[in-house]
Design a protein around this ligand. Sequence first.
Ligand SMILES: [Zn+2]
Length: 225
Amino acid sequence: MEKKYKENKFVLFMKKNIYLILMVLCLFAIAGLVTYTVVSSNVEEPGPIVDANNKPIEDEGNETPNDSPVVNVPDGSGGQEEPEEMVFDMPIVGAAVLKDYVDTELVYNATMKHWSTHQGIDYKAEVGTAVRCVFDGEVSAITTTTMHGTTVTVKHSKGFSTSYALLGSNVPVKVGDKVSKGTVLGYVAETGYFESADGPHLHFEARKDNVLIDPNYYFAGNENK
Ligand SMILES: [Zn+2]
């Protein structure tokens, strides 16, 4: 009798307070969801948030030194990423420019008997004059044609390359050789027909991403040209 009365009282309590109980359960569920969300965001940025939970007041001071290296890291890597300065040495020291780089107007090619741009620099030099690499790199091609004689091409960093045409076939380098500023790549000759009416000279070209560029911008002292 007594037991049944107690059971009835419990059932009665449940019936009376069912909405309250459901509400409490809902609150627990919401609290659980919020906790899960916070923990999830903690995983993404564990350092600062864990610190903030442990010592919310002191951490403001602690976070500043923690943040500083983070700010400094891009600065440091920015310094490392600063482009290596492309400053060319002269391919033939002291040589006079026979024909400069011209891409905005046509110049007469006495050999080919036509007008065209001249997207290279011709340096007047005696046959046999040593032609030197203008910047560190790797020999990427050595070709010989009737028109250009022997041409040595050197690949540099950052998409730059330079080529040295109208050389003799007696080149002291081979494809794949690592070369530096001043490395002798070959010797002026009269092997190529192209521009042969101009007398012996070096025809020097520079490219950036395989597009001919004006080498004058890259010689020391000519930055403002
Ligand atoms: Zn030329």
